[in-house]
Ligand binder design. Structure first.
Ligand code: SF4
Ligand code: SF4
Length: 383
């Protein structure tokens, strides 16, 4: 895309600063601005820098690149901003990163390793592709099915407990589903860091995999993969996917409503729910995980003060977890403290990447909280 495509929107920012805090609440909303406390690290400053590059008023520099990538693309600014530019802020930031890559100034060096891993082993962790389904054992999978479970790289190689819980749930519920050994990275790590030029062939491969399974529905554990398939794939491919794209919680909610999903045990614990940015603000899915959780007998869902569209980011997205390791965990620690304040026993989310960063924060801050995915709770309360 590049900055040329978004230049009309750039000029719509009035620099009113409403994006800096939760609207009419004044609680903090922007992890980047709160950390660096300098205009270029808030949304308004990044838009201003983009304008400077487009107009030729400023040059690329190391400090500009640092400010550009010191943002988890959480989208909180796009909620708090009440001007027309609000709907385009994330597009501007991503176009700006793409422009930086085109100019040979971006991404951060560590982000280039994602691209290498994806091109070599089809995942940003550079793990062997042949071990992608090791978490599954030797189970035979059908070649075609009604539902394709797209596992994603983080659930395949890191948070395998989420893939296992999801697989177990789908089996218990007799869902006609499959998993493809041909699945490649969804390309979110490339798209969020401006490395868009190499994403298209990977996207086309995943489309071919989906078509081979003849699935009518494709479901996701990862909020990032889900957002990428739902929002980015149609733009890259120039056409809608010939399958319904659902987060696993949306799919399971349908099974709850039609009576297929029934609980046989209680979960007598206080939990709080963290909205993944890619699922909440980016796509607008807030209710499905909450409705599932509230339906579990004994479970008490307590909301954190910043919830739904105002949720504080976990800090992992947009290349921040790899590019700013310590800061990513600091952002998550803020969320962990918020969960502790509402007296929850469990911090629950529905994205393996959020899970990973929040669990890192729980460990490093020696919090009493325990981390769980929605699917792990559901899997524990049905036979
Ligand atoms: S991004 Fe929106 S809220 Fe922020 S300064 Fe610009 S117009 Fe104001
Ligand atoms: S996307 Fe999030 S971190 Fe980035 S400028 Fe907006 S609110 Fe701040």
């Amino acid at each position: 895309m590049g900055l040329e495509a978004v230049k009309d929107w750039i000029h719509q920012c009035s620099r009113c600063s409403s994006c800096k805090y939760i609207y009419r609440d004044y609680n903090s909303s922007c992890p980047s601005g709160e950390k660096f406390w300098f205009e270029t690290f808030w949304a308004s400053g990044r838009v201003w820098m983009a304008k400077g590059i487009v107009n030729g008023d400023i040059d690329w520099s190391d400090s500009l690149i640092r400010a550009l990538y010191a943002c988890p693309l959480c989208g909180n600014c796009s909620i708090q901003c009440k001007q027309d530019v609000s709907a385009h802020l994330l597009d501007i930031f991503e176009a700006f990163r793409e422009e930086a890559v085109k100019a040979g100034k971006g991404p951060l060096p560590v982000h280039k390793t994602f691209a290498d891993g994806i091109q070599k082993e089809n995942n940003p962790y550079n793990e062997p592709h042949k071990s992608r389904l090791d978490w599954l054992g030797d189970l035979d999978l059908p070649k075609t099915a009604e539902v394709l479970y797209y596992v994603g790289c983080t659930s395949s190689y890191r948070q395998k407990e989420i893939a296992q819980a999801t697989f177990s749930l789908l089996k218990k519920l007799n869902v006609n589903f499959t998993i493809s050994p041909g699945e490649w990275c969804c390309t979110s790590p490339l798209l969020r860091t401006g490395q868009t030029a190499i994403a298209a062939p990977v996207v086309r491969h995943n489309l071919a995999v989906l078509q081979q399974t003849e699935a009518k529905i494709v479901i996701f554990s990862c909020a990032g993969c889900y957002r990428t398939f739902k929002e980015d794939y149609p733009k890259i491919l120039g056409t809608e996917l010939n399958a319904e794209v659902l987060h696993v919680t949306e799919f399971l909610l349908e099974l709850l409503k039609n009576g297929t999903l029934r609980f046989t045990r209680n979960f007598p614990h206080k939990i709080t729910y963290h909205d993944p940015c890619h699922m909440g603000r980016h796509v607008g899915v807030y209710d499905a995980p909450r409705e599932l959780l509230k339906s579990v007998l004994g479970l008490e869902l307590i909301e954190m003060p910043r919830n739904r569209e105002n949720a504080w980011c976990c800090g992992a997205g947009g290349g921040v977890k790899s590019g700013f390791k310590d800061w990513a965990i600091d952002i998550s620690k803020d969320r962990v403290r918020e969960a502790e304040h509402v007296d929850a026993e469990y911090l629950v989310s529905t994205c393996p990447f959020c899970y990973r960063n929040l669990e890192d924060a729980i460990t490093t801050s020696q919090s009493r909280l325990k981390m769980l995915d929605v699917t792990q709770i559901l899997n524990s309360v049905i036979d």
